[in-house]
Design a protein around this ligand. Sequence first.
Ligand SMILES: Nc1ncnc2c1ncn2[C@@H]1O[C@H](COP(=O)(O)OP(=O)(O)OP(=O)(O)O)[C@@H](O)[C@H]1O
Ligand SMILES: [Mg+2]
Length: 220
Amino acid sequence: MEKAYFITGTDTNVGKTWATLALMHYVKQQGKTVIGMKPVAAGCELQDGQLKNDDALLLQTHASMPVAYELINPYAYLHPVSPHIAGIHNPVNVDRVGDALHILQSLTDIVLVEGVGGWYAPINDQQAVSDLAQALALPVIIVVAIRLGCINHARLTYQAIHASGLPCAGWLANCTDPDMLNREENIATITRLLDTPLLGVLPYQEAMDVDFLAGQIVLG
Ligand SMILES: Nc1ncnc2c1ncn2[C@@H]1O[C@H](COP(=O)(O)OP(=O)(O)OP(=O)(O)O)[C@@H](O)[C@H]1O
Ligand SMILES: [Mg+2]
């Protein structure tokens, strides 16, 4: 296992947070400590005078130790819109995210960084998620929502990561659609077409059982 990973997905709402939580519990099952980070989050509510995002709060709850919210989520935007729009008056600075990551790395064995949207989602006027991952220089894990169109999205995302020059540590098949036809064939096809290992198949769950999901993962 590496000391940190960047978790991206084929789109928004594909299961990056569920997968990150499952990976966090996998790391704990390996006897290591872990912190999940959501550096950029759009869609927050005021809690105790501070803007907080549901994904970041979940990651904070599942960390191996108490961690200050600002370190897990340095950029918390009120409205659920693209970060380059939501953050017009407080744009993402990737160096500041790097500083928070390094502090988290001093506290724990492993840090898992959840991206925002997909690989080319803009995070400010000039940069995309891909630039953030490059600045952090992390190996990438792709979460693929297994639904119609997923083969195309998985291939595009993998190619874009490859073009960014970052290593891809593997991909997770996340079964978000209970009615998906030929699910196994789709997973087999993506496995054949991507030059990166399948790390696990996360089944569809009515309610998240994160330890069960963690049991479906193998991360070398
Ligand atoms: N394995 C699963 N089984 C059933 N439902 C799932 C599964 N994974 C994700 N979902 C559903 O999809 C929703 C989106 O998942 P999640 O929040 O993890 O996506 P995301 O990629 O992190 O989204 P965002 O781009 O907002 O961060 C969840 O709230 C849940 O309802
Ligand atoms: Mg999320």
